[in-house]
Design a protein around this ligand. Sequence first.
Ligand code: HPA
Length: 236
Amino acid sequence: MTVHIGARPGDIAETVLMPGDPYRAKWAAETFLTDARLVNDVRGMLGFTGFWKSQRVTIQGSGMGMPSLSIYANELMAEYGAQTLIRIGSCGGMQPYVNIRDVIIAMTATTITSPSSGIFREINYAPCADYGLLAAAVKAADLKKTKTHVGGIYSSDVFYSERPDLDEQMVRHGILGVEMEAAELYTLAARHGRRALAVLTVSDHLQTGEALPSEDREKTFGDMVEIALEAAFSGD
Ligand code: HPA
């Protein structure tokens, strides 16, 4: 047990999928895993461990934003030995050719600050995905014929931005979408020598104001979960 995770040693698999929403962790575990059991409910941040195609997997909520994700990712890596961590979540589309329901596989994640940025002082560290996971996710998405974009995303500190000029610069520089967690996950995985990736579903669009109707979410989010699982075990 750690400060924020009640799981016993050995309860957490080496492969961990991390949705922001703990109820999405429950849904994904019930939908995609067999023999899934609850391994954490501290602060309602649900985590489940089960099997996907006989491979052991944990699906643990991260909460929203980098400070929350940082707590869970640190404890999963340092205390439970998690080796492969894949964020599955939603993001806002930033390019006109990125549509809601599309999947974004994040090669890099730009930030203003992150919980880790203090240690870099004057350096602008470039958080990037594990290449093997990224390549495997792209292959899995192609096989499923899911409309997918691969490139840079923006990990923001705020959902309600008061700085439209920043979004504009992100759009100008080809950033595909905005979310709030991936940059810190990539940085922590690099520090601990683990593999990380973010596979995201575009749930809303900053330019068009369009949003995914709630009844469409399950099918769309399901593609993202399957892509993440295929990528995690592609070498096995
Ligand atoms: N901004 C930040 N995070 C998000 C968004 C957004 O528009 N959509 C989904 N996660």
